[in-house]
Design a protein around this ligand. Structure first.
Ligand code: ATP
Length: 319
């Protein structure tokens, strides 16, 4: 199977209609569907791959809208359940003029936090070649237990586990709890991707030197990646390591670049799992992922800017 099953939250970001304002200053907001695990599933599907999403939405207009977005993009929504009582999660997000991102979350609790292990689509999870997840679903019960159970089911069925912590400090009770819980499942993952910010948060050291990154390496891992924005990324495998630069593009909005990168990388890995042991193949897969991330920064929003395989190959050939 080449199926990528992505687990976690799907929500609506409300983004100001004008750039560079605080949430308080924003005159109006537009809906931007998101949630990193959902973005990854759509990224895989947009590239022509098999993808499914597992998570909980509110049984409301927004929840049904999000499920329709999954289906319209070719993502299997057989793992989506609806909560009759809680609302679909909302987040108001802005990039202020000073470059700071401002978040305001409506999760009190939201439907995504209420997924139970009994609601897991076990048959779907068992079909995964790769099972992908973040850390937001680890924050609160009952979703936390559902997340841990889903990882077990996928692993037992032979899937590779892929982890992008996607740190959102504001959602955790404390920095310490975030660090502890994010690292509590570190040893289970085959593939881990962190950003520079997450590397510093988890190690306490503001550097992307190899000895710092290696603090996050485990002998159980097959691949550890550090994404570096327009600089591309660094990769660490058991027998080799290196860096792959990205492609030059006109950056407009970086939202979803990390998710596009992960989706593209996982797409290539399910197509040829031996890429994890072969440095040349792995570098090709990472180039593809860099190109996919780069293209995603050239348009506003995450989901609308995710490219097709043809678009990614075109950027790679023109470079
Ligand atoms: P986010 O959380 O904003 O989605 P991230 O911090 O997880 O992103 P980034 O490092 O911003 O991830 O981007 C992921 C990948 O996308 C990078 O490794 C790179 O390949 C590509 N990328 C991002 N920004 C640019 C850019 N301006 N130019 C070229 N490539 C880019």
């Amino acid at each position: 199977s080449e199926l990528v099953v992505s687990f976690g939250e799907m929500l609506i970001d409300f983004v100001p209609t004008v750039a560079g304002v605080s949430l308080a200053e924003a005159p109006a907001f537009v809906k931007a569907p998101g949630g990193a695990p959902a973005n990854v599933a759509i990224a895989v599907a947009r590239l022509g791959g098999g993808a499914a999403f597992v998570g909980k939405l509110g049984d409301d207009e927004f929840g049904r809208m999000l499920a329709a977005i999954l289906r319209d993009n070719g993502v299997d929504d057989g793992g989506v359940v609806f909560d009759a009582g809680a609302r679909t999660a909302l987040a108001f997000v802005t990039l202020r003029a000073d470059g700071e991102r401002e978040f305001m979350f409506y999760r009190n609790p939201s439907a995504d936090m209420l997924l139970t292990h009994a609601e897991l689509n076990v048959e779907l999870i068992k079909r995964a070649a790769v099972f992908h997840y973040g850390s937001i679903s680890l924050i609160a019960e009952p979703c936390r237990s559902a997340h841990l159970r889903a990882m077990e089911i996928a692993k037992e069925a032979g899937a590779l586990l892929s982890y992008d912590p996607n740190l959102r400090e504001a959602l955790w009770p404390s920095r310490e709890e975030a660090r502890t819980k994010i690292l509590s499942i570190w040893d289970q993952a085959d593939i881990v991707k962190v950003s520079e910010v997450e590397l510093e948060f988890l190690t306490g050291i503001d550097s992307v030197e190899d000895d710092v990154v290696m603090k996050l390496w485990r002998p159980t891992m097959k691949l550890l990646l550090v994404t570096l924005g327009d600089q591309g990324c660094k990769y660490y495998a058991r027998d080799f390591r290196g860096a792959v630069p990205s492609y030059k593009v006109q950056q407009v909005d970086t939202t979803g670049a990390g998710d596009a990168f992960v989706g593209a990388l996982l797409r290539r890995i399910v197509q040829d799992p031996s890429s994890l042991q072969d440095q040349k193949k792995l570098e090709e897969a990472i180039k593809f992922a860099n190109a996919c991330g780069a293209i995603t920064t050239t348009k506003k929003g995450a989901i609308p800017s995710l490219p097709t395989e043809v678009e990614v190959l075109k950027l790679m050939e023109s470079a």
